[in-house]
Design a protein around this ligand. Structure first.
Ligand code: C2E
Ligand code: CA
Ligand code: CA
Length: 760
C-alpha cells in the first residue's frame, strides 16, 4: 500500500509538473489517490479497536465520499464529455469529506479528558468564527452579496475553503492536546493542509473562470490523499517531554492568534469609520461570548482542580500522620504532640504522662490465625483502648503491636494504664474464634517540678518501664523510676556484663527453704542466683532470660550447682543439716546440652554429695516431654538418684495427664494457685486434683509462695507434702541457713523475722 502510493505520487507529480497531463490522467489519478486513502483508512479501522477504530472508519468514509464526488465529476468530464454543472451531485461527495474528517478528528483517541475536549471544541469554534469574520469582511461577504449563479452555488463555493480551514484548526488543536497517535494525526493534518490549499486555489480559479482539469492545483488533492493513505502506516515515534510541552504551549496559544487577528482587524475597520454589517456585529458578539465562556470554563476548571488538590493534600496529610489500619495517630503525629506537651511543661509547668503499651501474645495470634486476623485484632484492641481515654488524650499506634498514649492532664496515668490493660481482659472474637491478648505497659510521668526532658528521653523512659514489665513476663503496668535506668542497657550489654560477672564470680547464691509440712523440717534448700552489680540488684527474672539468650545459662547453672554442693557439704555436719537437700533451677533448654549429666555427676562426686540429695527444678515446657534427647537426659539423671521437679506447675502447657509420661519425682504448684488457696474454691480444687493425681502416680507435691498461715493450714489439711514461701523464710544467704536449719522446726515463725534477710 505504502509503496504503490509513493509510486503513484511520484508519477503524477512528474506528469503535472511537466504539463503532460490531460483531464483523463488528472481525474483518474485523483480518483485513485482518494480510493487508496479510503482503503488504507478502512484497513487501519479494521486493525484497530475502540475510538481509534471509529476514527479511522470515519476518515475512510470521508475519503470514500470524496472518491464518489470525484467519480461523478469524472463521469461528467470523461464519459458525458460535458462541463460539470456547479453545484452538482459531485459537490455533495466533496463536501462529505470535511464532515467525515471532522467526526474522525473528534473521535480520535487523544488521551484528553472530557474537559479538554470541551475546551478544544470551543477553541475550534472560536478560531472558525474568527476566520469566518475576517473572510466575511474581506471576500465572502462580497461574494454572497454579489450573488453567484445562485444562492446555493455561492454557499457551496464558500463552504470549501471555510470547512477546510475549520478542519485544519481542529486538527492542530487535537494534535496539541493529544498524548498518543501524534504521528498519524500529524499526517492527517498535513493531508488536510494540502486539501485546503487546493480547495482555495480551486475556488479562486473557478471564480476567475479559469479552472481546467490538469491544473497543478489538483496536485494538492492527490498529495493530500496520498498523505492520508500513508497516515495509518505512520506509527510509533513518541515525542520527548520537552517537545510535548512545546506542542502543548503552542496549542494553548493557538486559538488566540486568529482571535487577536480578527479583533484587531475589526477594530481597525471600525476605527476607519466603516459601518459594521449585522453579520459582522453578530459574529463579533458571538466571538466575545465564546471567549468569555472559555475563560469561565478555564476558571471553573482551575477552581475544581484547586478543590481536588486541597482534598488530595488533606488526604496525604492524614495518611502521613495516621495509622492506616487503626486510624489512630502514627509515630510522627505522636512525637509531634509529645513535643508540644513538653513545650507546655517547659513554659507553664504543666504536667504530662506518657504510656507505652505492648501486646503480650499478639505474635502467637498472628502466627496461628494469620495476618488478617492479627490486623482485625489490632483494630479491636485500638477500640477498647480508646474507650478508656478521654477526647483530650492522644492514642497512637507506633507500629506492630505497640501502642502509645499521651495524657496531658497528667492525672492518675498508672490508673489509666491499668484500666486500659483491664479492658483487654475479656476475650476478642475474631472470625468466630475467641482470642486472648494482654498487654504490658510502661508509664513515664513529668511532674510540674521536674526538669523538662527531651522527647527522646521521655520516650525512652516509658520504653524502659515497659521493657522491664515484659522481661518479668507479666501483663502489668510499671511506672518509670530512676532505679530502672540500668535496664536501659540492652540485652547484649547486659549479657556482656553478666559474662564478666560470672567469670569474676561476682554472682551470689541465696537459699530458700522448702519445708516438710508434716514434720516441719527443712527438707530442701532451693538455690536462687543473685546479681547485684555496683550495689544495684538485677532480678533473676531479667538476667536469667539474658543468660539464656547469650548462651551463659550453662555457666550460671554450673556456678549455682557448685556453690550449692559446697554448702550442702558444709551443712551436712550441722545439727539438723545431715539430710538436707539442695534444689537447683535448670533451664529446660539445658536438658539437651551434651555432657550435662556428666557435669552434674562429677560436681556431686567432687563434693561427696550423693545424687539423692540434689533436686533439679525444671520449668514445665514441651521440651520436657517431647524431645528424645531431653527425655533421655532426665532418665539418666534419675539413674544417679537425682530427683527432677516440675517447677511453676499449672501455668505452663502440661495437663495433669501428661505428668504421667514424664520421668519426674515432684511438682511445684505455681504460686498463683497457692496464693489465696484458703479462700478461693477454684485454687483449692486444683491443688486437690494435683494431689490426688500425684498420689496415683507416686510423686511429691510442693506448694510455692506460701505467705500466710491460713494458706499453710489449708495445704496441710489437703495433704500437700511440702511448701515454700515467705511464711517460712525468704531466700537467705548461706550463712543464715545455718541458723535456719536449727530454728525452723520450731515453726511457725513470724514472716522471716528470725533470719537476716537478703534482698532479692
Ligand atoms: P522460681 O524457681 O519459681 O523461684 C521462686 C521465686 O519465687 C523466687 O524469686 C523467690 O524469691 C520467689 N518467692 C518464694 N517465695 C515467695 C513468696 O512467698 N511470695 C512471693 N511473692 N515470692 C516468693 P526469684 O529468686 O526472683 O527467682 C525468680 C525466678 O528466677 C525463679 O523462679 C527461677 O525461675 C529463676 N531463677 C532464679 N535463680 C535461678 C538460677 O540459678 N538458674 C535458673 N535457671 N533460674 C533461676
Ligand atoms: Ca524454682
Ligand atoms: Ca517456681
Amino acid at each position: 500500500m505504502a509503496v504503490s502510493t509513493v509510486l503513484l505520487v511520484i508519477a503524477v507529480t512528474c506528469a503535472h509538473l511537466t504539463d503532460q497531463v490531460g483531464p483523463a490522467v488528472d481525474d483518474l489519478s485523483q480518483l485513485l489517490a482518494a480510493l487508496l486513502a479510503s482503503v488504507s483508512c478502512a484497513l487501519a479501522a479494521m486493525a484497530a479497536t475502540g475510538r481509534l477504530c471509529w476514527g479511522w472508519a470515519a476518515l475512510a468514509v470521508a475519503c470514500l465520499s470524496w472518491t464518489i464526488g470525484q467519480a461523478i465529476w469524472s463521469t461528467y468530464e470523461l464519459v458525458l464529455q460535458s462541463e460539470t454543472p456547479f453545484p452538482s451531485a459531485a459537490d455533495i461527495g466533496f463536501l462529505g469529506f470535511p464532515v467525515g474528517a471532522m467526526i474522525a478528528l473528534a473521535v480520535f483517541p487523544s488521551g484528553a479528558s472530557q474537559t479538554d475536549r470541551r475546551r478544544m471544541a470551543m477553541d475550534g469554534l472560536m478560531v472558525a468564527t474568527a476566520i469566518g469574520l475576517v473572510s466575511w469582511t474581506t471576500a465572502l461577504g462580497a461574494v454572497v452579496h454579489a450573488g453567484g449563479d445562485s444562492r446555493l452555488s455561492t454557499i457551496v463555493s464558500v463552504s470549501y475553503p471555510l470547512s477546510d480551514l475549520a478542519l485544519l484548526v481542529l486538527c492542530v488543536l487535537v494534535m496539541s492536546r493529544s498524548r498518543s497517535h501524534r504521528v498519524p494525526l500529524g499526517c492527517v493534518a498535513a493531508g488536510l493542509a494540502l486539501m485546503a490549499l487546493s480547495d482555495s486555489g480551486f475556488a479562486y480559479l473557478t471564480a476567475q473562470g479559469t479552472y481546467e482539469s490538469g491544473n497543478p492545483v489538483a496536485l494538492g488533492w492527490i498529495l493530500a490523499f496520498s498523505v492520508l493513505a500513508l497516515a495509518p502506516q505512520a506509527r510509533g515515534a513518541t515525542c520527548s517531554a520537552v517537545e510535548e510541552h512545546a506542542v502543548a504551549v503552542a496549542g494553548a496559544a493557538l486559538p488566540y492568534v486568529p482571535l487577536a487577528t480578527a479583533l484587531s482587524f475589526i477594530g481597525w475597520r471600525y476605527a476607519s469609520g466603516l459601518r459594521p454589517s449585522t453579520v459582522e456585529v453578530s459574529l463579533t458578539a458571538f466571538l466575545v461570548v465564546l471567549v468569555l465562556s472559555r475563560q469561565f470554563l478555564t476558571v471553573r476548571n482551575n477552581q475544581q482542580l484547586a478543590v481536588a488538590l486541597a482534598g488530595r493534600e488533606a488526604d496525604l496529610r492524614y495518611q502521613a500522620f495516621h495509622d492506616g489500619l487503626t486510624g489512630l495517630a502514627n509515630r510522627a503525629l505522636y512525637v509531634d504532640r509529645v513535643t508540644h506537651a513538653l513545650e507546655l511543661h517547659r513554659r507553664d509547668r504543666r504536667s504530662l504522662a506518657i504510656c507505652f503499651l505492648d501486646l503480650d501474645g499478639f505474635k502467637a495470634v498472628n502466627d496461628a490465625r494469620g495476618h488478617a486476623a492479627g490486623d482485625e485484632l489490632l483494630k479491636l484492641v485500638a477500640q477498647r483502648l480508646w474507650g478508656e481515654l478521654s477526647e483530650a488524650d492522644t492514642l497512637a499506634r507506633l507500629g506492630g503491636d505497640e501502642f502509645a498514649v499521651l495524657l496531658e492532664d497528667g492525672s492518675g496515668p498508672v490508673d489509666v494504664a491499668r484500666s486500659m490493660l483491664d479492658s483487654l481482659r475479656s476475650p476478642f472474637v475474631i472470625t468466630g474464634h475467641e482470642v486472648c491478648v494482654l498487654a504490658s505497659a510502661g508509664v513515664a510521668v513529668v511532674e510540674p517540678r521536674d526538669d523538662t526532658p527531651t522527647v527522646d528521653e521521655l520516650l525512652t523512659r516509658a520504653d524502659v518501664a515497659m521493657y522491664a514489665v515484659k522481661r518479668q513476663g507479666k501483663a502489668d503496668v510499671l511506672l518509670h523510676t530512676a532505679g530502672l535506668q540500668l535496664d536501659e542497657l540492652d540485652d547484649l550489654d547486659l549479657g556482656r556484663s553478666l559474662c564478666a560477672a560470672l567469670q569474676a564470680r561476682q554472682l551470689t547464691v541465696v537459699f530458700q527453704p522448702i519445708v516438710d509440712l508434716a514434720s516441719r523440717q527443712v527438707h530442701t534448700l532451693e538455690a536462687l542466683a543473685r546479681w547485684e552489680p555496683e550495689g544495684r540488684s538485677i532480678s533473676p527474672e531479667v538476667f536469667v532470660p539474658v543468660a539464656e539468650k547469650c548462651h551463659l545459662i550453662g555457666q550460671l547453672f554450673q556456678f549455682v550447682l557448685e556453690t550449692t554442693c559446697e554448702q550442702l557439704a558444709r551443712w551436712t555436719a550441722l545439727p539438723g543439716g545431715s539430710k538436707v537437700c539442695g534444689a537447683v533451677n535448670l533451664s529446660p533448654t539445658q536438658l539437651s546440652t551434651p555432657g550435662l549429666v556428666e557435669m552434674v555427676v562429677t560436681t556431686l562426686r567432687r563434693h561427696g554429695i550423693p545424687g539423692d540429695r540434689l533436686v533439679l527444678e525444671i520449668t514445665e515446657t514441651e521440651v520436657l516431654a517431647d524431645t528424645v534427647v531431653s527425655h533421655a537426659a532426665c532418665v539418666r539423671l534419675r539413674q544417679f538418684g537425682i530427683r527432677l521437679s516440675v517447677d511453676d506447675f499449672g501455668i505452663g502447657l502440661s495437663s495433669l495427664a501428661r505428668l504421667r509420661d514424664l520421668p519426674i519425682d515432684e511438682v511445684k504448684i505455681d504460686r498463683s494457685f497457692v496464693t489465696g488457696v484458703d479462700q478461693d474454691g477454684g485454687s483449692r480444687r486444683f491443688v486437690r486434683g494435683v494431689l490426688a493425681f500425684a498420689a496415683e502416680i507416686g510423686i511429691t507435691v510442693v506448694a510455692e509462695g506460701v505467705e500466710r498461715e491460713t494458706e499453710r493450714n489449708v495445704l496441710a489439711e489437703l495433704g500437700c507434702h511440702r511448701a515454700q514461701g515467705y511464711l517460712f523464710s525468704r531466700p537467705v544467704a548461706a550463712a543464715a541457713v545455718d541458723a535456719l536449719l536449727q530454728t525452723l522446726p520450731a515453726l511457725p515463725t513470724p514472716r522471716g523475722e528470725a533470719v537476716r534477710q537478703v534482698p532479692r
